[in-house]
Design a binder for this molecule. Structure first.
Ligand SMILES: *[C@@H]1O[C@H](CO)[C@@H](O)[C@H](O)[C@H]1NC(C)=O
Ligand SMILES: *[C@@H]1O[C@H](CO)[C@@H](O)[C@H](O)[C@H]1NC(C)=O
Ligand SMILES: *[C@@H]1O[C@H](CO)[C@@H](O)[C@H](O)[C@H]1NC(C)=O
Length: 460
């Protein structure tokens, strides 16, 4: 008979004996240990979760975005002031320059005010949190004394061992290491990694439009080099009829749109207005999926005219060839427009390609025409978005609400593809609705659940 069987039997025997003596039975449990303070533990747990929700990566990012905004703004101001000095002939031009500088100063003041208020907020938060952490540490140390059987310590050791084991498993086998990514047509060297987010902002209409796209024109007109653009799907999360312009990144962050909206059509949606979020601005023209057509539209912002480019027969459109994650698809993402060092591209799928991604170069001249086309073997529904950099197509997939993975690439120079890219993007919100690379500054612009986020693309 084993020990654990003996114990209950003894107990039964004692109980029976006591029952025989008196008509009621009672058990006495004597615990030589101090009782564990459960209420204290749950109080500590509460404080920790409060602490966690007070301090979020968003807090520091907000500061970084504001500082970045300032950093962009100040050289512009300096430039304008030196221009004013040159023009200082007491004539009309000087007056105009002075007005421009006044506007600049106003915007800089707005930035500084926001910086000031978030800095004050952070100081308070840091002081509070440091104190809370000290208290929590003391309480946890006190509670550790209850762990007389060393349960927690053993668990910690086990966890360390498990981590070592995992590391051992995931370490690449030198014999099977993948070859380096193909080089593509890249002036910066080979694509390596993504860092950031560097900018994270709710912009001018916080939370109002879940779907959209934003970025920077890679081939701007002279004087508009620092302009940024924004397209929000303002009708049913599917359609839009204008592009909104900002004179700088900081203007976009503080939500001051000086040039304002450039209207494609007064109604929305209608023939040749925007359908779906994956649009790009290139050479002062907006490229997008035309409403209710399997075609790319180009809206010339200068002349306000629209040219369209019919895609091959069998191209999926009207939300029939979307990007998807495990739990569903992103509506009206049939056509993904992209820019890189070599211009404009369109990524889509067709019936004859069985839903795999197809990539075509868009030749931006007059007339607009479809250039070379490549057929990939990655299934579009297994992809959440794509972007182009240096002639290489990159595709992402949803890992979890915090992480997206760039898992696939297709090099148009060599025709080679790879499914094991393994570069991770830290997300600020779960869904990436648009992703586009800006060859001017090697930034990756993402529109995520109404937030505008950007990352830096690192090359070797
Ligand atoms: C920052 O804000 C505080 C409190 O609102 C104010 O007293 C202070 O003057 C501000 N500083 C600047 C540089 O605006
Ligand atoms: C890419 O960046 C992430 C975080 O920024 C880092 O953890 C990772 O090691 C980097 N990967 C490479 C291949 O440099
Ligand atoms: C827009 O129209 C103007 C005037 O016709 C032209 O010079 C410019 O090249 C056009 N832009 C694009 C991107 O087609």
């Amino acid at each position: 008979m084993k020990l654990y069987e003996i114990v209950p039997l003894c107990a039964l025997f004692t109980l029976t004996q006591q029952a025989a003596l008196r008509d009621e039975c009672s058990c006495e449990l004597i615990n030589s240990e101090k009782a564990f303070p459960h209420d204290k533990l749950s109080a500590v747990e509460d404080s920790v979760s409060k602490c966690n929700s007070n301090i979020t990566p968003q807090k520091t990012l907000e500061l970084e975005s504001l500082l970045l905004g300032l950093a962009h703004r100040l050289p512009k101001l300096q430039e304008d002031v030196s221009m004013l000095e040159k023009e200082d002939d007491g004539e009309l031009y000087a007056v105009i320059s002075l007005q421009v500088i006044e506007n600049e100063l106003m915007e800089i003041k707005q930035l500084i005010d926001r910086l000031n208020s978030s800095t004050l907020g952070h100081e308070r938060l840091t002081a509070d949190t440091a104190k809370q952490l000290e208290d929590l540490k003391a309480e946890m140390q006190e509670m550790e004394t209850y762990d007389t059987m060393q349960v927690v310590k053993t668990q910690q050791v086990n966890q360390l061992l498990k981590k070592d084991l995992d590391q051992c498993r995931t370490q690449p086998d030198p014999a099977h290491q993948s070859t380096k990514p193909p080089r593509g047509n890249c002036p910066h060297g080979q694509f390596l990694n993504i860092t950031g987010p560097i900018v994270y902002t709710a912009g001018e209409y916080p939370g109002s439009y879940k779907y959209g796209s934003w970025g920077r024109d890679p081939k701007p007109q002279a004087g508009k080099e620092s302009w940024h653009w924004l397209v929000m799907l303002t009708s049913s999360n599917q359609f839009s009829n204008y592009v909104r312009l900002y004179s700088s990144l900081s203007a976009l962050i503080v939500g001051v749109s000086t040039p304002g909206n450039v209207l494609i059509s007064p109604s929305n949606p209608t023939t040749n207005t925007i359908q779906g979020p994956n649009v790009v601005l290139y050479g002062e023209a907006l490229y997008y999926n035309c409403y209710n057509q399997d075609a790319v539209c180009r809206f010339n912002l200068t002349t306000k005219t629209i040219t369209s480019l019919q895609l091959p027969k069998g191209t999926r459109f009207n939300s029939k060839g979307n990007f998807c994650h495990l739990d569903g698809c992103y509506p009206f993402t049939d056509l993904d427009l992209a820019t890189d060092e070599s211009g404009v591209w369109v990524i889509y799928t067709t019936t004859q390609d069985f839903g795999n991604l197809v990539l075509s170069k868009v030749e931006e001249g007059e007339p607009l025409r479809l250039g070379q086309t490549w057929h990939t073997s990655v299934y579009k529904q297994g992809v959440t978005n794509t972007f182009m950099a240096c002639g290489v197509l990159f595709a992402t997939r949803y890992v979890n609400k915090d992480v997206e993975e760039i898992f696939y690439l297709f090099d148009t120079i060599t025709g080679k593809q790879r499914f094991n890219v393994g570069v991770f993007i830290n997300k600020m919100s779960p869904n990436i609705h648009a992703l586009n690379y800006s060859p001017v500054d090697q930034m990756l612009h993402a529109y995520c659940d109404s937030f505008m986020v950007s990352y830096k693309v690192l090359f070797e």
